[in-house]
Each structure stands twice: as structure tokens, then as C-alpha cells.
Design a protein around this ligand. Sequence first.
Ligand SMILES: NC(=O)c1ccc[n+]([C@@H]2O[C@H](COP(=O)([O-])OP(=O)(O)OC[C@H]3O[C@@H](n4cnc5c(N)ncnc54)[C@H](OP(=O)(O)O)[C@@H]3O)[C@@H](O)[C@H]2O)c1
Length: 271
Amino acid sequence: MLREKKLAILGAGKIGEALIRGLLDANAIDVADVTVTAGHQQRLDLLKQRFGVNGTLSNKAAVESADIIVLSVKPQTVQSVISEISAVLKPTQLLISVAASVGTAFIENHLAGQIPVIRAMPNTPCQLKKGMTGVAAGKHALPQHVELAKFIFNSVGRTIVADEKHMDAITGLSASGPAFIYIVIESLAEAGVKVGLPRDMATELAAQTVLGAGAMVIETAEHPAKLKDMVTTPAGCTIDGILELEEGGLRVTLIKAVVKSTQRAKDLMEN
Ligand SMILES: NC(=O)c1ccc[n+]([C@@H]2O[C@H](COP(=O)([O-])OP(=O)(O)OC[C@H]3O[C@@H](n4cnc5c(N)ncnc54)[C@H](OP(=O)(O)O)[C@@H]3O)[C@@H](O)[C@H]2O)c1
């Protein structure tokens, strides 16, 4: 789908690098068709050395020669990069922004023509091609633009198409979510140590258990509560653990964490 297309990644940091790796590993694009930008030459040199991509410190130059532009600078830098590139962006190009909290309307309002804009919200497991990305279309984006965005993010994991009103919630759930789950894994591992397991073994047991449980939910498409009931034999061990979780308020705590992250996503760009 990206053959014959030129891709520019403006601000190729963690997310940008994950996309480069995903697309090149999937043989979805020629390395000669990928241009990246960064804030510092050092970063460009590293990416050139690591992948063989083209690099420039000029966002404008990168955009001029691209069909698809991924904007992956920090939210606070979005406005200045947009003002750099707005004069050269054309309606035949596609702009995909992964910046948290930056709406498509904000970007469209700072652009001259009717530029197709897609907002995407990936997460860091994209680095291992196990990411989760939500994509939402701006007002000039057509179905083929959404398909292109899906294709790009499918190279680093799973992708869902969402209404833009859900993007801050997606940020709070699946973009922040890995941090919440690392705490769960760390706590399970700590528990393993408490009941006598060596730490390395406990961490591996905890992490693979989280991976496996996630895969069960996705691959069986069963409700998590049903899968939980299948583990919980009457008067067995698991129900005693579940009672502790309920008393400790794990559910409410996780719900509140996502609600707070979602609220923060709404104002991230301002401060
Ligand atoms: N990390 C996540 O979990 C995650 C999830 C979803 C969405 N996002 C969004 O993705 C975006 C990037 O996040 P990240 O974690 O990949 O950040 P990051 O690793 O800090 O990458 C940002 C990159 O932007 C470059 N940069 C800074 N100023 C620039 C400029 N004026 N022009 C061009 N490039 C510039 C930096 O280059 P130097 O290194 O040379 O300074 C850096 O490589 C953010 O908007 C974030 O909200 C992140």
C-alpha cells in the first residue's frame, strides 16, 4: 500500500522509530522513500546508521518531497512545526499526527488548504509490534486516508478506527495503559518474591501471565468476567485472591487512573 509513496516522519523519536522499524521489517516501504527529521543532528545520524533512512533537520524540506507525513513531535512542539510546514503542505498529501491531546481541528485551523489530517494514538509496545493504536479522521480525510493510516499502524500492532471524540479516552486507556500494567506486573512479581520465588522467575511469571491473559481476551473474544470465572474454581485458591483484590479496590483504582489520564489528555498541549 505504501509502494511508490514517500513517507516523512517529523520528530522521529520513540514512536517514529517504532514506525520505521515496523514498516521496514514488513517490507511495506523502500528505505529510500523514508525521510526523518529530529531536533538534533545526532538523532538523525543514529537513525541513518540504524536503518539507512534519509534525514534532514528541515521539516519543510522533508514535507516537500513526501506523500504521507507523520507528525510525531511532542504536543507542545506541534504548533511551531505546523507553522514551518503549512506553506508547502498540499491537499494531495496526508498528514498523520500522533501527538497526544492535539485535535485534528487544531491542526486544520493552522493549515492553509483542505489538507487530509488523521489523528492517531499509538502506545509504546509498538516498539515490539505489539502496539495498540486508535485512529480518527479529520474533516478532509477520506476513507482511503484512514485505510493508509491503518496500514501504517498495523505494521506495529493492532489498530482501531474511532470517532475523534474518543481520542482522549484512548490516550488515557491504551496509550497510558502500559504504565499501569507495568505497575501490576511489578506488584505481582513483588508478591512472587514475598511467597518465596526468585525475582527474575517471579517477573517472568507475572509478565507472561499478563501477556497470556490479554491474548485470551483478544483471541477468544470472551468477556473478561467469563474468562475470570473459568479460572475461579469453587472454594479454590483464586477466589481468595479475588476477594483481596476487591477489598483493596483494584477495579476502582484502575478506573480512576484512566479517568485522570483522560482528563489530563484534554489539556496537555497548553501546559
Ligand atoms: N511515547 C508514547 O507512549 C506515546 C504514545 C502515543 C502518542 N505519543 C505521542 O507521540 C509523540 C512523540 O512521542 P515520543 O514518545 O516518540 O517522543 P520523543 O521520543 O521525545 O520524540 C520526539 C522527537 O521529536 C524531535 N523533535 C523535537 N523538536 C523537533 C522539531 N522542531 N522538529 C522536528 N523534530 C523535533 C526530537 O528530536 P531530538 O531527539 O533530536 O531532540 C525527538 O526525536 C508525542 O506527541 C506524544 O504525545 C507518544
